[in-house]
Design a protein around this ligand. Sequence first.
Ligand code: PA5
Length: 450
Amino acid sequence: MNKVSFSFGAAFGKSALDSCALRAKYEASALEAQRWINETSFDTEGHGWMALPDCSTAQVTETAEWLRGYDSVIQVGIGGSALGNLMLNQALLDGFYNETEAKPKFYLADNPDPDKTRSIWERVKGGRVALVGVSKSGSTAETMTQFLWYRDEMLKKGQSDKDILVITDPEKGIFRAFAKDSDCRVMELPASVGGRYSVLCPAGLVTAAALGIDAAALLRGAAAMRELVSKETDFAKNPAMRLAALHMMHADERRPMSVLMPYSSKMAYFAEWYAQLWAESLGKQGLGTTPVRALGSIDQHSQVQLYTEGPDDKFFTLISLKDHGPEAVVPNIDHEALKPLEYLNGQGIGAMLNLEAKSTAAAIVKSGHPLMWIELEKLDEETVGALVFFYEYLTALTGRMMGINPFDQPGVEQGKKYTYGLMGRAGYEKDAEEVGEWFGKIAADKVEAF
Ligand code: PA5
């Protein structure tokens, strides 16, 4: 497989280090981190994502087939239980999937918003609906509120728990208890796999497969990338090690932002997915770099002024796609007033996007800022699976090199506990009190504008 390439030539910007110095400074810790990832049992909490490329897709395929019998599927989930699906669907399905003839229609209810909740229901209520609840913990309030609301609507219209699938921890949580005590279907989100590393397990694969995405090919791509990044011990030939080291170096040199800018509308959610993976895995103990999602070419007309002439505080990664699929070619000019546009005759819109990616990269590098260039042959399941695995490995590697645990998320858990407390969940009374104290501080100095 040779569908993804990494170009490091401009990755140093104004740094005093070069490739040799980078290697000398970080090779030992990169190799130690690689060994740690490879040699820690994949059953250990947090490490299960390493084993996912080897999993059988038989149950995923069977459940996807069942979902295909419905008119619509609503998935409820948030964070790692949603972004992976949004990313896969956008990358691999028609941009207006729900407006095509394809079935089932698919709606992802992640951010809780009564307007969105109701509006999804209005679209699906006339047909048979399957409800898919994805939650590792099986208790996240955003997911549970929406799950309960949709379930109730389904029961009111004569559907039953047999139309529900929950994907959750094998033992723990309210979803698991509900699955044990009802007629709903259930699949495992392995105990050793954390939410943001779960896209290649049933949490990400089941609804993707129901919509026509080839789950086995995603895993094949991931396995091929794992072969490279986990086995290659030559620092120079291992793009994950080199990129992790570069992120360490730029963080040390006070470039606290990591911008990911794909030049493809189909990869906007890839940047979102990456942002969660990077921020939640690495933002700990006062460390971490802030992921910034950008999209070419929209952000060329929004952010690139800052990127070129603003402070030298960012490390850029641009992703370019060689083949955007069937080209939309500009026709020959047939109107006098449009003659100045003749230079566009016969040019493809995808080809133009690729030239713009190069132009932006060149402008950023000319300004002295560090930039990595990733090129994908095309967006298919293998390539996406490979890129997903690459970023998971890169994140875990970087976290280990930083000396933090890339698989926990104590800050997120704190917010969840505060919400439980405020919503009256037993056992979280102290958390509710704490929110009151902190929020009292916020509200103590207030200006009433109107
Ligand atoms: O990566 C994580 O652990 C989080 O982002 C979770 O995915 C998110 O908070 C949702 O949690 P859960 O799947 O337990 O509902």
